[in-house]
Design a protein around this ligand. Structure first.
Ligand SMILES: [Zn+2]
Ligand SMILES: [Zn+2]
Length: 265
């Protein structure tokens, strides 16, 4: 059984469970140990079923549960050299955990989970941030949040996934008219910031043409977006181009503060 479930998603925290037959990979640990346990329990699992923990980058919303979760789970932790180095500088990495390096473009087996993972570079203001494509037999799952733009590499790697989790962070008008200070607005919409609803829809359109079946929008901003607005942009984008893909059936949105429904990939 191949399942996926986000535990939290957005600038106040990110953590996702990817399952193959009862073994789990955790993407990012921006949640409490308690929330992680609850997420696993709902899938009939516990901390011992975690085969590996993967980190996309070192921003607080992705690592805030790092210490307690790494100590409790005792699984190997995979991240880029840049991510590990910047976490190490802040003394946040428990020393008893085993760390392994991910390099963009280098596919790796996670034997404990019967999964392959291909990390790819994303465009974000962190040391060495990554997106992932997971594979199990023929099946592929893409995961990309925290990127200011869609790099050619990411586009190529995500094509061919059956399901993708994609950042859809902000609505440009809500960001422009919203409460954030000028510099923060610039950062978010910059090349190393976050992906807009429009950019996510554009990428989704391309991926749908490449055969993607299901899409989950993730990392939505609380101030500069809403699930309804993200869905509306998505729908309009595809409608305007007469794309034959059922948003109703195939698009889900990851809730910010609670676990998503359990999805199959
Ligand atoms: Zn983030
Ligand atoms: Zn970030």
């Amino acid at each position: 059984m191949r399942r996926i479930r986000t535990i939290v998603s957005g600038s106040s925290g990110n953590a996702t469970l990817v399952e193959v037959d009862g073994r789990f990979v955790v993407i990012d640990v921006g949640c409490t140990l308690r929330a992680l346990r609850a997420g696993l329990r709902d899938l009939g699992a516990d901390l011992d079923d975690i085969a590996a923990i993967l980190l996309t980058h070192e921003h607080y919303d992705h690592v805030k549960g790092l210490g307690p979760i790494l100590r409790a789970a005792r699984a190997e932790v995979y991240a880029s050299e840049g991510t590990l180095a910047s976490l190490d500088k802040t003394d946040k990495l428990p020393s008893e955990v085993r760390y392994r390096l991910l390099r963009a473009g280098h596919e790796l087996d996670l034997p404990a989970a019967d999964l392959g993972v291909l990390p790819f570079a994303v465009s974000h203001d962190a040391a060495e941030p990554l997106g992932f494509v997971f594979s199990h037999g023929e099946h592929r799952l893409g995961y990309m949040t925290d990127t200011g733009q869609v790099e050619a590499d990411a586009r190529r790697n995500l094509a061919g996934c059956g399901r993708v989790i994609l950042e859809s962070n902000y609505d440009p008008q809500m960001l422009r008219d919203g409460p954030y200070p000028y510099l923060l607005k610039m950062r978010i919409q910059g090349r190393q910031g976050h992906l807009s609803n429009f950019a996510a829809a554009e990428l989704a359109h391309f991926l749908i043409e490449q055969g993607v079946e299901q899409i989950t929008l993730a990392h939505l901003s609380r101030e500069n977006n809403s699930p309804a607005q993200a869905r509306r942009t998505f729908l309009q984008y595809l409608d305007n181009r007469s794309v034959d893909w059922s948003v109703e059936d195939n698009l889900t949105i990851a809730p910010r503060l609670q676990a998503s429904a359990t999805l199959v990939w």
